[in-house]
Structure formats: C-alpha cells, structure tokens
Design a protein around this ligand. Structure first.
Ligand code: AMP
Length: 397
C-alpha cells in the first residue's frame, strides 16, 4: 500500500471550492444532546484554518452516530456547526440537507474564506453504500476533495472514497500525520520494532499479528488474547477468556515467530480474579500455574518488567489493546505500566485508537507519545497492511 499521498500543502486552493470530509462523530449527552467532548472538532481545526487562509471556500461534511439512512433529529450536525463556529470565531453556514436544494444553493453562493457544513451524511442510506450517483452529487458542489477523517478511511463510503472518482483528492493534515507516522513505522521502522498487542480477542487481531510478524522484531501479547496462546501450549487458563477456534492458529503464530526470528513475548505471571468483578478477590500466579476456577484479569509484576524491558531500548513501538480489564482499577495496573513504559521510552511511540488510546489519555501520558491514532478500526486495518479505500483513492505524490 502506498502511503505517500498528496496533501493540502501540495496544491493551490485559492478560489477553489473544497469538499472536506471531517470526523465530527462527537459523543453527545443522550438526554440533552449536548456535545460531551469536542476533541474531534478541535482536531479538525488546523486543516480547516489552513484551507480558509489559502482562500478556499470550504464545504465540510461528516457523519454522526448511526442513523442508518433515516432522518433522525437527535443526530443532526447543527450542534457541531454551532461549536465549530464558536471555536473558529466565525460564521459556519449550516445546510439543512446533504445534497438537496438548501445545500446546493448554499454551496453555490459560498465565497472564498467562508465555511459551511452539510447535514449528517448518514441520513442518506446511499452514503454507506458508496452509491456513485450520491457521490457524484456530493462532488458536484466542489472542485477538490480533502479527506481528513482518518476514523473512516477504512470504509468505502461515498464521502470517504466515492467522491474521489469525480474530484482530485488530497489528504488533510490529520490523515497526512497518520499516514506519515504509521506508514513509516510499517515500511521503514526505526529498529528494534516492538509491537504490543492486547485486548479481548485473538480473532479481532489475527490480521495484525500476521502482518506484524513480517515486520516487527518483537511482538508482545498481553490481555485477554494471551490466554488462547497459553492454552494452545497446553497450560491451564481457568475461566479466562478463551477462543477455542483459534488454538491452532495461535500455535502457528508461535511457530511462525520462531521461523522468522521474531521474539514473541507472552505473560509470565498473571493477576487472576475469583470472579469477573471490580472488587473480586485477586492473586498473582505464574502464567503456567493458573488455578482452574479463577480468571486471568491482568498481567503480573514479572510480566510488566519483561514487557517494559523490551520497550526500553526499542526504536519504534506500536501499541494496540489493553493488557487487562483496565475498566476495573484493580486490574488496570498492567495497562498503566505499559503506558508509563512507552512514555519513558526514547522510541517512536504509536498508540492505536480505541481502548489503549483512551487509557493513555486518561493517565495523562498522551503528550509523551509520538502519535495517538484518531481511528480505532482504521488504525487496526492499517496495522493489518490492508488497503484502506479512503487512502487508496487519494492522489499519489
Ligand atoms: P479490544 O477491543 O479487543 O482491544 O479489547 C478491549 C477489551 O479487552 C477491554 O474492554 C478489556 O477489558 C478487555 N480485556 C483485556 N484483558 C482482558 C482479560 N484478561 N479478560 C477479559 N477482558 C479483557
């Protein structure tokens, strides 16, 4: 996959109408509809500001929630337009529809330096179907397409990929950062390259393990997925998370790592709980001696030391997935320790989206990381080496 894509600084946008795909999928209070975190809106500001300063007329668009092709008043982007306007200190013209009369009239009248926002793209079922007619109509309002919603680049939707069939397509600054940092980590990493994988299931990370076995020097496996690897080698895992369908695969991966000379590290001790509960009785046991009626909930202190040591002298570290049930404070120790180890490391540190990113942010280590990906699913597919439709459609450099 070619990550070397044309970006906003590679083109002249003066006087151009730009269709800008943003990620304004913000969390909202269920009762009041109030935006509870405007982080994603703030993250979009650099590209918006840059385009406006360049003299572009910007037609921003995004999805919000899962309206599944129906008009849902609770998922209107109107509150986003308001917040965007407050953050930029300028008017944001809000269209009452997506490709309807209101949007088209407002887009036609839009002047350089002005910004408008279309209504929630997913109010129209054709968006997620990547309907070519819908994409063509969207594209017809602009002369250039800029993709800045990394969280959706793994989806082939009309606004993420379809429009690129009708318009020259560039990455925005957010997408450009993701591509340059993660792309480099995969194509030409500073070595040793260490990948830390955790989370609940082996089955959701198969592609990642497989791809990283071709690229990494060390792969660390913690969290719920580690028990399937332990069981595959004949160890007792008690009531721990286990995917019996993936035992053979786990053994294959262990063998593949050996064949390729990749160091595969698994937990050597485990914090087990009597039950799956925040306040359950807990014990630390060696990973090959887990009691049959207890459940693995976190990595133990010896494992923390082992994993942290591997990170210490790394050149690049990619981390995706927590080391334990970090939602329960008593079992968040391993995840916290890894966040700390990454923060202290001189390596290029990349945290995949989702839970590991949330953990790093919650612990206050976010500014100590080289990069925290803004897309959970997208960063996982990136690490799988899959072609991302929203990236593949952008112009090559
Ligand atoms: P994922 O979305 O696959 O990255 O998984 C994240 C989830 O994995 C979190 O909700 C964690 O609570 C869960 N998890 C991590 N370790 C364990 C474990 N030892 N047992 C059960 N769940 C776990």
């Amino acid at each position: 996959m070619n990550y070397n894509k044309m970006t906003v600084t590679d083109a002249d946008f003066k006087g151009k109408k730009v269709l800008l795909r943003c990620d304004f999928n913000v969390p909202q209070d269920k009762a009041t509809g109030e935006i509870t975190s405007d982080k994603r809106i703030v993250a979009a500001l650099p590209t918006i500001r840059y385009l406006l300063e360049q003299g572009a007329a910007v037609i921003a668009c995004s999805h919000l929630g899962k309206p599944k092709g129906t008009w849902k008043e609770s998922l209107t982007l109107a509150p986003v337009a308001k917040r965007l306007s407050e953050l930029l200190g300028m008017e944001v013209i809000f269209a009452k529809d997506i490709i309807g009369e209101d949007a088209k009239a407002k887009a036609a009248a839009l002047q350089p330096g002005q910004l408008m926002l279309l209504e929630n793209l997913r109010f129209d079922a054709r968006e997620e179907k990547n309907d070519p007619e819908f994409a063509k109509e969207l594209a017809s309002m602009a002369e250039v397409f800029v993709s800045d919603a990394f969280g959706t680049v793994h989806r082939a939707h009309a606004s993420t990929a379809g429009v690129a069939a009708f318009l020259p397509a560039y990455s925005g600054m957010l997408v450009e950062k993701e591509l340059s940092i993660m792309g480099k980590a995969l194509d030409d990493p500073k070595r040793p390259f260490v990948a830390i994988l955790g989370g609940a299931k082996v089955s959701s990370k198969i592609g990642v393990i497989n791809n990283l076995l071709e690229k990494a020097d060390t792969i660390i496996i913690g969290g719920g997925m580690s028990y399937t690897f332990m069981k595959a080698q004949g160890f007792e895992v008690g009531n721990s998370l286990l995917e019996t369908d993936w035992l053979d695969y786990s053994l294959e991966m262990i063998q593949k790592a050996k064949d390729k000379g990749v160091k595969l590290l698994l937990p050597v001790d485990t914090v087990v709980g009597k039950e799956f509960d925040a306040d359950t009785e807990r014990r630390i046991v060696d990973s090959d001696k887990m009691p049959a009626d207890w459940e693995g909930m976190d990595i133990g202190p010896k494992t923390i030391e082992l994993f942290s040591e591997a990170v210490k002298d790394a050149g690049t570290v990619v981390w995706n997935g927590p080391m334990g049930v970090f939602e329960f404070p008593a079992f968040a120790v391993g995840t916290e320790a890894m966040a700390k180890a990454l923060a202290a490391s001189e390596a290029v540190t990349i945290v995949g989206g989702g839970d590991s990113a949330a953990a790093v942010e919650k612990l206050g280590y976010a500014d100590k990381m080289t990069h925290i990906s803004t897309g959970g699913g997208a960063s996982l597919e990136f690490l799988e080496g899959k072609e991302l439709p929203g990236v593949a459609c952008l112009l090559n450099k």
